[in-house]
Unconditional design. Structure first.
Length: 258
């Protein structure tokens, strides 16, 4: 597309702006320019490469100028759109270059990139409570389990109702933005029901509708489709290992405060 525009620009500069000089009988001449001289119209024919004349009464000057204006406006609009597209591509390349190469979640504030700290979370079952290390799978036992983050509020706070986050994944996983449910001294990430016979895990999380854009290999931009309500949220990267009855979770919690 850019090459076509450059060619057209070169053609305009080299040969002038060719347009149609319409006649009242519906025909037209391809011309580079024309002049009205009394009752005659003098024009430079691009087909024959020379100046010619025609009676003014035979020429539809109104249609000629109307279409010429339309073509000019469309060309200007197309050039502007291409310029905006080029600017967007350059901005995206700068954005990609600004995200650290280390896997994790990042938030952009102005021109500054901030890394979201991973959340320490626990799995709570009817039989035991176990503190989990980040990147460790949750051991599943038949029954029910809950994944919680300690504390009722996240330390990382955003002030935009539709914040842009960046996720650089260590491997291809599913991810999204979820709403956390505050409880006494904790925030609930999700409930998990475990079917004893098959060890199938049924996860219940409040995942938000969000847009996802892949910027580069392993690098994604994610942001909410709708404005967030003030509250507690988290970015979650997850995968299910149904055969071993485990759920892998990576969690980065944040709060939205207008």
């Amino acid at each position: 597309m850019r090459a076509v525009l450059l060619f057209l620009l070169f053609a305009v500069l080299a040969f002038g702006d060719t347009f149609k000089l319409y006649l009242k009988d519906g025909d037209f001449h391809l011309v580079r320019e024309y002049q009205v001289e009394g009752e005659r119209v003098r024009y430079f024919s691009t087909e024959r490469g020379e100046w010619e004349e025609i009676p003014k009464a035979l020429v539809d000057l109104e249609k000629t100028e109307r279409e010429r204006k339309t073509v000019s406006e469309e060309a200007a609009k197309e050039a502007q759109e291409q310029d905006e597209e080029d600017k967007a591509e350059r901005a995206q390349r700068r954005e990609i270059a600004s995200i650290p190469q280390d896997s994790g979640a990042y938030y952009k504030v102005g021109e500054q990139i901030k890394a979201l700290p991973p959340a320490d979370y626990q799995v709570i079952t009817s039989k035991k409570r176990k503190t989990l290390q980040v990147l460790s799978p949750i051991p599943i036992v038949p029954g029910k389990a809950s994944v919680v983050i300690q504390g009722e509020h996240a330390k990382f706070v955003v002030n935009e109702d539709r914040p842009d986050f960046f996720l650089r994944l260590a491997k291809q996983e599913r991810f999204g933005i979820i709403s956390l449910t505050p409880k006494k001294n904790v925030r609930l990430v999700e409930n998990i029901s475990i079917i004893q016979v098959t060890k199938q895990n049924i996860e219940e999380r409040k995942q938000m509708e969000a847009f996802q854009q892949q910027l580069d290999a392993g690098l994604f931009k994610v942001w909410p489709e709708k404005p967030l309500a003030p509250g507690e949220y988290a970015l979650v990267e997850y995968s299910d290992d149904q055969e071993n009855g485990e759920v892998d979770l990576l969690i980065w919690d944040f709060a939205y405060k207008p």
